[in-house]
Design a protein around this ligand. Structure first.
Ligand SMILES: NC(=O)c1ccc[n+]([C@@H]2O[C@H](COP(=O)([O-])OP(=O)(O)OC[C@H]3O[C@@H](n4cnc5c(N)ncnc54)[C@H](OP(=O)(O)O)[C@@H]3O)[C@@H](O)[C@H]2O)c1
Length: 273
């Protein structure tokens, strides 16, 4: 298969690059934002005509959750108009789209008492602008393209780009004590694991299109995650649990954004490479 990846220099894009060699049966085309700008339809059409992809993984996005509150036009352009452009051109060129979305489409009022987390049928109700643009982007795709997989993931971390994992390691170099929010609960997802699961979707594609939740299996708070990062890396640092109200940010975050992976696990039988 020819697999074209947008947003190739982002965290997920780089994770996909890192596993390219273990999928020799596929031809990967990695496009950064200069080669393929999702906000410019002609730029997408040019790359589609040149490479004739079977699949497109849309890893391009505006992901700065707090900045999106004030940088609304840009967030909308990339996350909504970009998704619309891409889905329309996938339809024209017969490309199957794997589009990444987020746990932040949900409001977080479902509680851990429900145990299973949010399922694909739960109705989104985003509480910040980034989440709203990602939900609108999902709607554009559903409206414009039948052959789509919308993959919602959460709390992505890796050695690439900027993420919570790297921020914690960086802060530990200059701090002896850190305060970390303990009342937001979610599932950290390693970008390389996510990348492999996206390829599993492609390898086991039965055209059962729609929304799928793919996250790591561990449910924890940011505080728990921070403690685990430090212990895994042998870092001795004092970590204090604080509530979200003690760490105000421009964007409100859902308190509970665990996504159930049940549908994905039932539909796709992934062999680990
Ligand atoms: N990170 C998380 O914790 C998280 C959680 C849930 C869901 N997700 C979703 O997962 C996906 C991948 O996230 P990520 O962490 O890999 O994001 P990321 O590291 O921020 O990468 C996003 C990439 O998109 C590119 N981009 C921005 N505007 C573009 C445009 N107009 N055209 C083409 N490319 C453009 C950026 O390129 P430039 O740097 O050149 O601008 C960047 O390389 C996104 O859909 C995100 O919403 C992420």
């Amino acid at each position: 298969m020819v697999i074209l990846v947008t947003g190739a220099n982002g965290q997920l894009g780089q994770a996909l690059k890192s596993i390219e060699s273990i999928y020799p049966e596929h031809k990967f085309i990695f496009c950064d934002s200069a080669q393929l700008d999702v906000t410019i339809p002609q730029s997408i059409a040019d790359e589609f005509l040149k490479h004739k992809p079977d699949y497109c993984i849309n890893a391009a996005a505006y992901t700065a959750v707090d900045a999106a509150e004030s940088d609304r036009d840009k967030a909308y352009l990339i996350n909504v108009t970009g998704a619309k452009n891409l889905s329309q051109l996938c339809e024209v060129h017969g490309v199957v789209l794997l589009h990444l979305s987020t746990d932040f489409v949900f409001d977080g009022v479902k509680t851990s008492d429900d145990c299973l987390g949010y399922v694909e049928e739960d109705v989104p109700n985003p509480i910040n602008y980034y989440g709203w643009t990602k939900w609108k982007g999902e709607q554009e795709i559903v409206q414009n393209l039948k052959s789509h997989y919308i993959i919602r993931t959460s709390w992505v971390y890796s050695d690439y780009g900027s993420n919570f994992y790297k921020t914690m390691l960086h802060l530990a170099k200059t701090h002896t004590s850190l305060k970390v929010v303990s009342d937001q609960i979610g599932c950290p997802t390693h970008a390389v694991d996510l990348a492999k699961k996206l390829l599993c979707v492609i390898d086991h594609d039965t055209s059962n299109f729609g929304i799928y939740h793919i996250t790591g299996d561990v449910v924890c708070s940011w505080y728990d995650f921070a403690k685990s990062i430090f212990s895994t890396n042998g870092i001795d640092i004092d970590v204090q649990a604080i509530p979200s109200v003690s760490y105000p940010t421009p964007a409100i975050r859902p308190l509970y954004s665990v996504l159930s992976n049940k549908k994905f696990k039932e539909q796709f039988d992934c062999l680990n490479r």
